[in-house]
Ligand binder design. Structure first.
Ligand SMILES: NC(=O)c1ccc[n+]([C@@H]2O[C@H](COP(=O)([O-])OP(=O)(O)OC[C@H]3O[C@@H](n4cnc5c(N)ncnc54)[C@H](OP(=O)(O)O)[C@@H]3O)[C@@H](O)[C@H]2O)c1
Length: 179
């Protein structure tokens, strides 16, 4: 059964994107990352929020464009209200959260569903289907932007630390969600 993993690179003050979804800051922290390299073949599908799907990619226009610096390819499920749009290879557009999670899990098989997008990750946490969180903490303070998880009125979720790793341009923190 696929596990649901939310992974992101985050500023020390807790943002995964700057104001308006700005991702230009990430360019300075896109160095070698052996933890991500090992993760990529363990990902069977992506569950992506529409703002991430249509948003900034610091590698746009280069060979490294796309998820994980262009090193991952496979089935992608995009949550969006705009499902009546031109088809994109490997991409399924869905407007129902439960159906999107089920489709991503079915596509992932025994591998991870990797979640991209804070809003979708928050819904997974809220629905109790988020299994793990991997954040690469970059040495920068963004001050404002899109938070890793923004859940006004949310409840406590306890985490178990699975690993701490140093990669050249960040610190990797991997957790299991307990409750
Ligand atoms: N630093 C990193 O590693 C990293 C990784 C990934 C993403 N990001 C950045 O994070 C930002 C995006 O995160 P985000 O939290 O703003 O948005 P998001 O999760 O990517 O997307 C949210 C959007 O997805 C659609 N959606 C979500 N749930 C839905 C549902 N249940 N039914 C139908 N549609 C649904 C809605 O779009 P519509 O109403 O328009 O359809 C919603 O506005 C971007 O700037 C992205 O570049 C950073």
């Amino acid at each position: 059964m696929a596990r649901m993993l939310y992974s992101a690179t985050m500023s020390l003050d807790g943002f995964i994107a700057g104001p308006g979804g700005d991702m230009s800051w990430l360019t300075d922290y896109l160095g070698p990352n052996p933890v991500a390299d090992e993760l990529v073949p363990r990902i069977g599908a992506l569950l992506i929020g529409h703002r991430t799907f249509t948003g900034d990619d610091p590698n746009r226009g280069t060979d490294a464009e796309g998820a994980f610096g262009g090193t991952w390819s496979g089935p992608q499920v995009v949550l969006t209200h705009a499902t009546d749009r031109p088809a994109v290879p490997d991409v399924t557009f869905l407007d129902d959260f439960d159906a999107a999670v089920a489709a991503a899990k079915a596509a992932a098989g025994e591998r991870y569903v990797n979640i991209l997008g804070a809003d979708v990750a928050r819904q997974c946490l809220q629905a109790g289907v988020l299994d793990e969180i991997l954040v690469f903490v970059a040495p920068v303070l963004l001050g404002d932007g899109v938070r890793l998880l923004d859940w006004p009125g949310g409840t406590t979720a306890r985490l178990e630390r699975l690993s701490v790793s140093e990669v050249p341009l960040a610190v990797g923190l991997w957790f299991r969600v307990l409750s």
